[in-house]
Write a protein that binds this ligand. Structure first.
Ligand SMILES: Nc1ncnc2c1ncn2[C@@H]1O[C@H](COP(=O)(O)OP(=O)(O)OP(=O)(O)O)[C@@H](O)[C@H]1O
Ligand SMILES: Nc1ncnc2c1ncn2[C@@H]1O[C@H](COP(=O)(O)O)[C@@H](O)[C@H]1O
Length: 184
């Protein structure tokens, strides 16, 4: 059973790697950012609520994202595992996930921290050029990552389920390291 949580700053390659691994391992790739961007595009009630947060590079409120994840992890395709990309992003969200998995007697999740220096992620994001990839929003997203999300490194390390991977290599090299983790 593979249950992987991707951690790492914006631009670390979480989406790139999660997508590749999901295809190769036939697992659902659950990207909260992708789900929210689609909701914004479709102007659903969730999208309308989330739009200003995404535009500014702020985190949407925990409750919104927790409801979304609870509903997504209840779908039948998650029974044989999943890859989470972009969730959890706060300690509250991580505690929520832990309790949700306990409630459903699911475990064995592992967290992968993709390590990439700031200057590299900044240049990758400027190159990617998404709506939230302007210099100002990138700076803010990195601040939010440091204050809200990086504490999850200790959270998962304390639970002995954290693995760190050097994300500052070619995508293929990163994937090769991740595949070793998935089969271990
Ligand atoms: N190993 C890599 N080397 C060089 N460029 C990469 C690598 N991995 C991803 N990229 C590129 O960097 C950009 C950011 O990657 P990606 O979207 O996967 O990051 P992310 O961690 O999911 O970011 P975010 O949290 O902002 O969504 C993309 O344009 C992607 O093509
Ligand atoms: N787990 C999340 N909590 C709060 N806000 C989130 C979460 N996941 C995504 N978001 C919002 O979406 C954008 C883009 O997400 P990426 O994972 O970087 O694609 C993010 O800045 C938050 O506004």
């Amino acid at each position: 059973m593979t249950r992987l949580i991707f951690l790492g700053p914006p631009g670390a390659g979480k989406g790139t790697q999660a997508k590749t691994l999901a295809q190769e391992c036939d697992l659902p790739h659950i990207s909260t950012g992708d789900i929210l961007r689609q909701a914004v595009q479709d102007q659903t009630p969730l999208g309308v609520k989330a739009q200003s947060y995404l535009d500014k590079g702020d985190l949407v409120p925990d409750k919104l994202i927790e409801d979304l994840i609870e509903e997504r992890l209840a779908q039948p395709d998650t029974q044989s595992g999943w890859i989470l990309d972009g969730f959890p992003r706060t300690v509250n969200q991580a505690v929520f996930l832990e309790q949700l998995l306990q409630k459903h007697q699911q475990g064995g999740e592992r967290a992968i921290n993709l390590e990439v220096p700031d200057e590299i992620v900044i240049s990758r994001l400027l190159e990617r050029g998404r709506k939230d990839d302007t210099a100002e929003v990138i700076r803010h997203r990195l601040d939010v990552y440091r204050s809200e999300t990086s504490p999850l490194i200790d959270f998962y390390s304390d639970r002995n389920i954290l693995l760190s991977v050097n994300g500052n290599q070619s995508p293929e090299e990163v994937t090769a390291e991740l595949k070793k983790i998935v089969v271990s």
